[in-house]
Write a protein that binds this ligand. Sequence first.
Ligand SMILES: Nc1nc2c(ncn2[C@@H]2O[C@H](COP(=O)(O)OP(=O)(O)OP(=O)(O)O)[C@@H](O)[C@H]2O)c(=O)[nH]1
Ligand SMILES: [Mg+2]
Length: 257
Amino acid sequence: MKQHVIVFLPAHNEENAIGEVIKQIPRDFHSSVHVSVLVIDDGSTDRTVEVAKNAGADYIFSFDTNQGLGAAVRKGLSYSLELGADIGVMLDADNEYPAWQLPELLEPLFRGEADYVMGSRFKGTIDGMRLHRRLGNYCFTFLQSLLLQKWIYDGQSGMRVFSKQAMDHGEIIHDYNYAQVLTLNLVRKGFRVKEVPITYQVRSTGESYIKFKAYVTSVLPAILKEMMRPVKKVTIEDDAHVIARISTPAFVAEKSQ
Ligand SMILES: Nc1nc2c(ncn2[C@@H]2O[C@H](COP(=O)(O)OP(=O)(O)OP(=O)(O)O)[C@@H](O)[C@H]2O)c(=O)[nH]1
Ligand SMILES: [Mg+2]
């Protein structure tokens, strides 16, 4: 039986970037894997939906009005489950993240080594990130490492893979953002996290939604709130997504056929 991977893209006014992202998502890299694409359109007022459909998106979910990135990712997780996903992948729609590295990010799940995989820019290569953004990333990542007592390299990545259980149990407690609170929630519940190096290139079109003051005043209280909440450990199914006899060379070989 094939595993159904749903790649969902939270998008707000990304008409200039989303088509390219969707076209770059590998669809046929392994005979045991079926990939679909879902767009979570967060009240876009441009041609995001039309461009996404033309580029081959399989499913579109549209919020009537802008809800926020946290709300969009929460919807992406729950709607992917409704659509029958075995594995969910969140990918930014702004063409900063390497969609073509999807197989590498999935591999830890196929090998039974992780339930939650983050593409790590700081373990990989970064092109064009400005100094203040870099420092902000270091600070928020360091805070997560401290709170979890676990070293994390990139806590704000826009490319992440979720096992079915992680999709089901991951909670996002605010609508504004998901990046830190979701990781804190999943790791505290006992999910195994792994970071895979990725290539990152800062956006050349569209607009960043990050505004320093709004980000800090929303994200910091949410981190505190998440850490104060009691969470229940989940009994993890370690090998839920294991593909028999998968190994890096074989995976790569089949991928390139
Ligand atoms: N749901 C939702 N998504 C948004 C919103 N604003 C931006 N996005 C999407 O969220 C993703 C990340 O947004 P960015 O603005 O690039 O944020 P970022 O990547 O953390 O920050 P940058 O470093 O500036 O690129 C993209 O796919 C955007 O389309 C919003 O208001 N709601
Ligand atoms: Mg971005």
